[in-house]
Design a protein around this ligand. Sequence first.
Ligand SMILES: C[S@@+](CC[C@H](N)C(=O)[O-])C[C@H]1O[C@@H](n2cnc3c(N)ncnc32)[C@H](O)[C@@H]1O
Ligand code: SF4
Length: 479
Amino acid sequence: MQQSRKNELIQHAEEQFRRIEKLQALGLICSDGDFVPSVHYPPITEYPDCDVEEYLAGYEYPADGFMDLYVHVPFCIRHCLYCHYPGMVGECKEEKEKYIGYLFREIDMYLRRFGIERIKPRSILLGGGTPSYLPPALFERFLDGLDQRLDYSGCKQYNIDLDPNSLLGEDGARRLESMKNHGLTRLTIGLQSLDDQVLRIMNRPHNAAMAVESVYRALEYGFDVNIEFIYGHPGETIDNWIEVIEKAVELPMAEIQIYRLKVQAYGDYQGAINRYARGTGAKDIPDFRTTMMMKQIAIDILNEHGFNESLRRVYTKNKKVFSHYAYNQCCSLYDQVGFGMTGFSSYHDRFDINSMYFDEYYRMIDEGHLPITRGYVRPLEEQIRQAIVLPLKNRSVIKADFFKRTGVQFDSILQKKTQMLKDYGLIEDNGRVVRLTELGGFVADEVCEEYNSNAFKPFPRERYADGPLHPYLDNEMNV
Ligand SMILES: C[S@@+](CC[C@H](N)C(=O)[O-])C[C@H]1O[C@@H](n2cnc3c(N)ncnc32)[C@H](O)[C@@H]1O
Ligand code: SF4
């Protein structure tokens, strides 16, 4: 990139950071710049332990029989520095065989519990971990086993999360073949960076050339491909991040996701990055200002190359290509069921999560229980808040849909808060739809978390400046 263009990008990013600092002083953003991504509501760590049967009592399976489906496979080649997902690393062939056996027992138990023959997925996501890190023959049996338990007639998209390695070599070819034969449609490949030095710091099991090769291989098989990157990671600088994004936009797939590094886990399991950040690594983590500038620079380069934000932090060339699984869960708020260790289910009025320990997961299934260890039935107020937080973050709140879902008019609740967010240019309302502005979208988590109840704010009161956008203000809802 020419130096003059680089200077322009940096200048624009600095201007954006000055806006962010103002919002921080107004109380919107945590004083040290930390954040918690709003991916579920209430946040995942807030769910209490539960008795499975008590928790499930009163749950009504959707009348049309449709579900979005998540299946979790917690195995990886090795642990990446930044990752907070619990799992087992290394070959561990026997454990993988055992786990897949229990996974099918769990699904069978669920089918019996709800008296259905097969699950009818609207969309599917196989996630992890790295589901494709199963040996090719077991991977094939895994997909076969799912085929026997699912009715695909209404399934619009079949997704999987992968690391680049699992698509390479002979084993990679066998897995790609299996995925094609079983009707998978969209592959999310975690590239994370395209800088070899950064990839080494991340402890990724691949280099940049292997990452690029995996994208081409997936495209050769005709899959929709989505690639993921992390910004704000140790080893990243504004200069090498610009190079990474410039290389990314030259790749021929339609979708790019960018994640801000989360140092402190927002689930239960703390990854190695947390200890690293508290020790010698602290100085290597880009500061808040640099991280925000990286984000703005990425957005500018992506936009310049025709990638526009479709769902939050997902940039696509073609508006029609996006994760149906994410859209259904976060915008339509459809019921979604999850299987496997740490698998979560998000239903219209409740949310639960499976055990995160192999032993406990196996034991509960052996004892004849679904392996749910925590669950929460959302009272009406929390259902209302969820119906704002997730759709607003990811796309928009459509007022008519909101009323249909909650029985409450959007304009009748939290008016003062909404007005304040409008006054500061963070949300806009055309009478029919409420959505984030460009500035609001940049700080989407913080704006949407304004609507979390005070019991479920990401940080305690004292970690925000005392201003008109302090998230604990004007937050009473009388319903
Ligand atoms: C559960 S990971 C699965 C990815 C896949 N196993 C891989 O190796 O690429 C899903 C995505 O979450 C993002 N992610 C994981 N840990 C993160 C963290 N601490 N901060 C930000 N993003 C993270 C990464 O971009 C990752 O690709
Ligand atoms: S990023 Fe992927 S490969 Fe790395 S530890 Fe996490 S789940 Fe495993």
